[in-house]
Ligand binder design. Sequence first.
Ligand code: NAP
Length: 291
Amino acid sequence: MAIVLSGKAVADKIKQDCQQQAAQLRKQGSIPRLQIIRVGERTDDVYYQKSLEKACAATNIDCTVTVLDEQIGQQGLEQQLSQAAQDPAVHGILLFSPLPKGYDLTAAVSLIPTAKDVDCLNPLSSGVIFTGCGEAYPPCTAAAVMEMLKYYDAQLSGRNVTIVGRSLVVGKPLSMLLLAQNATVTIAHSYSENLPAICRRADVVIAAAGRAKMFRGNYFTPGQVAIDVGINDDPDNPGHICGDIDYETAEQIVAAISPVPGGIGSITSAIMCAHVIDACAKSCAAAKKQA
Ligand code: NAP
């Protein structure tokens, strides 16, 4: 039986640190604030918004939500983003995507300054993560994987890590974060041949393909760490979610495994809070320097 890598324990630790730092900032007169901008009423967005509001409330962060009508148009959306970008009381900005048809997401997120880009939406922030030059916040999900590996003391330096998935939100930035820890990184995708063999060769397998229970026993070997980023509708249990890894078969083989739910997904909103607090602390320090 594998060790279960609970995300809750990781998230609780991050939230505890956030609470203390936020209390400290408030004492100094700075109130950490996240500004969420949502266009329309997508169920996923509303659900994610609620979980972020809850995490912010638990960590002493003010969370403001601006809900825009789908008809607001690109100009109206950009106006809101520019306003938040210029507002010194806002430390983190999050625009939910995908946007409704007809909107230019890249143009919109390009208005989020790197210092307030707490989920790495602006391509400029990605550039910083990829070059390692300057400071930017990595996407919360990629950072959540790193926090989980760190919390459970997974060895990365010199180890083979395979990520399945090459999106800009998960696979690509995660590969950079792992490289920075001296891991030997393989990125696989839908064109990769003999994926089970690629995964079996790794010390750490990170599944981020968005395919329910695709990673069955033949993808794993004993001693591996298996991290499941996937959030999918469970085909065997309607109304519930499952990961990319077929948990029942994998956990009998690997040394450690993160569950879904209760794994990476539970850490993501805590990371968002940590990014907002860090952004607030940096803006507070910069203001003091100027004074
Ligand atoms: P995405 O943009 O759809 O990317 C999926 C990636 O997986 C692509 O690179 C794709 O390859 C690859 N892929 C798809 N099917 C594959 C297959 N059969 N074999 C090998 N590779 C395959 O998805 P994403 O946004 O990265 O999200 C991935 C998963 O993570 C989803 O389940 C999503 O819900 C979940 N997620 C979780 C969190 C969290 O907080 N836990 C946050 C974000 C996303 P190609 O590039 O070749 O198409």
